[in-house]
Design a protein around this ligand. Structure first.
Ligand code: HEC
Length: 140
């Protein structure tokens, strides 16, 4: 059954959207469109409208805290697997080492966004990566 579902989607005209999975969920182009809206509304203010991150993101703020990194290929989002990334979006810094909590203002979205929206926004981010980066990230 699972294999047949993938075949059906492969025939879809929207080839860009066809192969984006988050965890074991295959996202539709509607999901990716939802993710784009979720990103613009919730993430772009820190991570940049074009996923470019905050200016000079590799330098910490004056108080030592981290700037928001890019989610495009220049950042390190793609160095992590889906499960890690979903948890970062769900919990922000809440579930991280307490030392880290004062260094990041990354909010947790588990009470703001639905599971579907959280998967969709990660899918949208992944859909902007080149096929080779997508392949490398899938091995993480
Ligand atoms: C108020 C600013 C702010 C907003 C809004 C925000 N983030 Fe972040 N985010 C950060 C900062 C700062 C970091 C880097 C420090 C850290 O990892 O906590 C970060 C880190 C991350 C990471 C970890 C990246 C990595 O390589 O480890 C992910 C994934 C992420 N954000 C996704 C999102 C998504 C998706 C949204 C919207 C639903 C969002 N963020 C909204 C500030 C923000």
């Amino acid at each position: 059954m699972f294999g047949m579902g993938i075949l059906a989607i492969r025939r879809d005209e929207n080839r860009a959207a066809e192969s984006i999975t988050v965890g074991s969920t295959l996202l539709s182009s509607d999901d990716l469109n939802l993710g784009k809206v979720v990103y613009a509304d919730n993430c772009a203010s820190c991570h940049g409208e074009n996923l470019e991150g905050q200016e000079d993101w590799q330098q910490n703020n004056d108080d030592g805290s981290f700037k928001a990194p890019p989610h495009d290929e220049d950042g390190h989002t793609w160095h992590h697997n889906d499960e890690y990334l979903l948890n970062r979006i769900r919990y922000g810094t809440r579930e991280l080492d307490p030392n880290m909590q004062s260094l990041s203002n990354m909010p947790g979205y588990d009470e703001i966004l639905s599971d579907e929206e959280i998967e969709a926004v990660l899918g949208y981010i992944k859909s902007t990566w080149s096929p080779s980066i997508q392949e490398i990230q899938a091995q993480r």
